[in-house]
Ligand binder design. Structure first.
Ligand SMILES: Cc1cc2nc3c(=O)[nH]c(=O)nc-3n(C[C@H](O)[C@H](O)[C@H](O)COP(=O)(O)O)c2cc1C
Length: 171
């Protein structure tokens, strides 16, 4: 687990290579295994493989969508906000699992924040909801770009860890 956590980096450039069905199945199983508060399971996921739609999604923010240009796949992490008052936490857990499972499968990914972000003329969430036909009662946490990496980044090592952030017993 620690090796996987050190290896995982955000990927913003992808090869023009589709993700195999078997790998996609594993990714989807992983996110469906994400725990949720009171086991309410408010999350739903939209897998987007249509290149045109993926490109259109990059207009949901002014900056920070790099990667959607080249990604063969994106996944939107959404939640029914009527079902749970802590859907953001639930969705963040699934997002973290998604990024680690992608890495474990030899794929890269990047979290593209949607909630609380703005496009040129409207909320990013509104734009994504319109593009993907998401019902009103859903919140959109993030989009993930996913695919085979076309850039290399150094893994983290122990020298990158800021141990001053850890407190024992008191702050
Ligand atoms: C909550 C959250 C939101 C993020 N939003 C974006 C984003 O909108 N666009 C982007 O390119 N990266 C985004 N990232 C990725 C971070 O920029 C990245 O994780 C951080 O710079 C550390 O780099 P690393 O992932 O390679 O370790 C986000 C990450 C998190 C955890």
């Amino acid at each position: 687990m620690l090796d996987l956590l050190k290896q995982r980096r955000s990927t913003r450039k992808y090869k023009d290579k589709p993700i195999e069905k078997k790998k996609l199945e594993k990714l989807l199983k992983a996110i469906l295994l994400a725990p949720s508060s009171m086991n309410k399971k408010p999350l739903e996921f939209i897998v987007i493989e249509d290149k045109e739609t993926i490109k259109k999604l990059s207009s949901c923010k002014k900056i920070g969508t790099l990667g959607l240009d080249t990604a063969p796949m994106a996944i939107a992490i959404i939640a029914n906000t009527d079902v749970s008052d802590v859907w953001i936490e639930d969705a963040s857990v699934a997002a973290t699992i998604l990024s680690l499972q992608a890495e474990a499968l030899g794929l890269g990914s990047c979290w593209i924040q949607v909630r609380n972000r703005e496009s040129e003329n409207e909320k990013s969430e509104t734009k994504v909801k319109n593009l993907l036909n998401i019902p009103d009662e859903f919140g959109v946490l993030a989009l993930f770009s996913i695919g085979y990496k076309d850039e290399s980044k150094n893994s983290y090592n122990d020298s990158n860890l800021d141990c001053s952030k850890i407190h024992f017993n008191k702050f």
